[in-house]
Design a protein around this ligand. Structure first.
Ligand code: ME8
Length: 513
């Protein structure tokens, strides 16, 4: 049997509005992680897509004067286009309006009804249209103006008292099994500092979940019960399994399943760590290996919102700085997992300092010196014993790999830039331009070969973050296998006798206007 692929997913983004930097962040994280895994030789399957049902999308379509499907088609395409623009290499893009998904959502629904895990009742509660969530009177008490607001701190919209006949999922029965599952699978709740909150939430007791809506028209019809559509979260969460080909009684989906990591923003962590594994347990499907929640970006100190109209369009930055710089800055600027603030000023500073100065300038200086002093001749296989900088850099390799494995992207980049810093210091301290005056060229040659060898390794390390710039660096430094990522081993064993290929500056400095 072929080994199971490494299955990585992003959330399915709502199509009620255009993609912004927050969506790009999660999808780029998934792409960087997937590229890293591929570079290590694993076979990866990266899934992304769009979440297209529910009243939010219905309302957006009405406001735009088009059908929900037409609206979804347009915005879903915007997401797809943005991922292509940002160099996201996904293997599948699922839309929840596709038959391959909808049919299986109905299969899942039927299966829960048959096993007694879904039953019909009446739901009375306070409904938040924006979050598509019901709240109880104790969860959403009246404020001083006698208004009940959504308890979600990021929403706080007024709630609507709603009563409807509804199908329920027996989530309450799964609390003890979930707690056992978390205990037996300590890698499931990621990063681990988020585990306690979920365990406490489940330990307090779970309520059954309303999984159908009678007041919403735009959704997957509940099988054999006209007038009900499937609750959008029940529908959307199933995508990870339906995209893998899951259907009752067919094991083909196991070529991908269980998913290795669901990447999500922290605000949808509970859906993915409580409801989702309970749904899978009820369906007799193994829960995913892990769910990783990252933090949230604010913009210039503010939450991004419709009312402030401050959503950041990634293209505004890629136009100015290039796609690779955008991919780098997002992950160097904030530790994955924590919250952070995005600002145009901080972006420019980071770009100029790390990319234009530290790395770009270094590559130009080193290639220019090889050109001027060694007539462009490059080393083949470097000898680490005669290459002290390279030797020290290679000692960092395991650490960088370990950081990438645990999605600690900032740690990995910090470590890589420590090596870049050491390279710059070496150039400044050893002054190759002075050494070049010595008739004995051997020490100079060893120094420059050491710098080139180390830069080749740096290019390999930054490949998942900056695939295009890394390839340009490898071309300049005479590593001929192009395109494609290179392992450290391949970089070190490259054939001898290549020549430098000077190119345009990798990251032109961005000056004040
Ligand atoms: O929640 N900072 O879709 P959504 C960081 N359809 N990440 C952010 C962000 C920010 N400010 N804003 C958004 C949904 N994100 C559901 C998901 S999954 C089966 C269904 C990212 O369009 C982050 O990944 O609201 C967050 O979880 C996701 O976009 C929410 O996207």
């Amino acid at each position: 049997m072929t080994p199971k692929k490494t299955y990585i997913t992003t959330p399915l983004y709502y199509v009620n509005a255009s993609p912004h930097i927050g969506h790009a962040y999660t999808t780029l994280a998934a792409d960087i992680y997937a590229r890293w895994k591929r570079q290590k030789g694993e076979t990866v399957h990266l899934l992304t897509g769009t979440d297209e049902h529910g009243s939010k999308i219905e309302q957006a379509a009405v406001a735009a004067g088009v059908s929900p499907q037409a609206y979804a088609d347009k915005v879903s395409a915007e997401f797809r286009d943005l991922w292509a623009h940002l160099g996201v290499h996904f293997d599948d893009f699922i839309r929840t309006t596709e038959p391959r998904h909808k049919d299986r959502v109905q299969d899942a629904f039927r299966s829960l009804v048959a096993s007694g895990d879904a039953y019909k009742g009446v739901y009375k509660g306070y409904y938040c249209v924006s979050c598509e969530t019901y709240w109880t009177d104790t969860e959403a008490p009246e404020d001083e103006k006698a208004v009940r607001r959504c308890p979600n701190a990021d929403c706080r919209k007024p709630l609507k008292l709603t009563e409807e006949e509804s199908w329920f999922f027996k989530l309450s029965a799964y609390g003890p099994r979930l707690l056992d599952f978390y205990k037996a699978h300590p890698g499931f709740l990621q990063p681990s500092q988020r585990a306690k909150e979920i365990e406490n939430f489940v330990a307090e007791g779970l309520r059954d979940l309303a999984i159908s809506r009678s007041k919403v028209a735009w959704g997957v019809p509940v099988p054999d019960d006209a007038g009900h559509v499937v609750y959008v979260w029940f529908d959307a969460l199933l995508n990870y399994a339906t995209a893998a080909g899951w259907r009752p009684g067919d094991d083909a989906y196991k070529a991908l399943w269980p998913a290795d990591v669901h990447l999500v923003g922290k605000e949808i962590y509970r859906f993915h760590t409580v409801i989702w594994p309970a749904m899978l347990m009820a369906l007799g499907v193994e829960p995913p290996k892990s769910v990783y929640a990252h933090g949230w970006w604010t913009v210039e100190g503010q939450k991004m919102s419709k009312s402030k109209d401050n959503f950041v369009d990634p293209r505004e930055f890629t136009r100015k700085y290039g796609v690779d710089a955008f991919r780098y800055v997002l992950f160097r600027e904030m530790p994955f997992g924590n919250d952070g603030d995005f600002s145009a000023e901080a972006f420019k500073k980071r770009y100029n300092a790390d990319l234009a100065n530290d790395l770009g300038n270094l590559v130009s200086r080193v290639t220019n010196m090889v050109d001027a002093y060694l007539d462009g001749a490059l080393p083949g296989k470097p000898d680490p014993e005669r290459s002290p900088v390279l030797k020290r850099a290679l000692a960092a390799s395991a650490d960088i790999g370990e950081s990438m494995d645990r999605l600690a992207f900032q740690d990995a980049l910090n470590r890589i830039w420590a090596v870049v810093g050491e390279l710059n210091l070496t150039v400044n301290d050893r002054k190759p331009w002075v050494m070049a005056k010595d008739p004995d060229k051997e020490p100079l040659k060893h120094l420059l070969f050491d710098l080139v060898g180390t830069l080749r390794v740096v290019a390999g390390w930054v490949t998942p973050f900056m695939p295009n710039k890394a390839a340009e660096m490898q071309m300049a430094l005479g590593v001929r296998k192009f395109p494609g990522p290179l392992s450290v081993h391949e970089v070190l064993d490259g054939p001898a006798g290549h020549r430098i290929r000077k190119g345009a500056p990798l990251f032109p400095r961005m000056e004040e206007k």
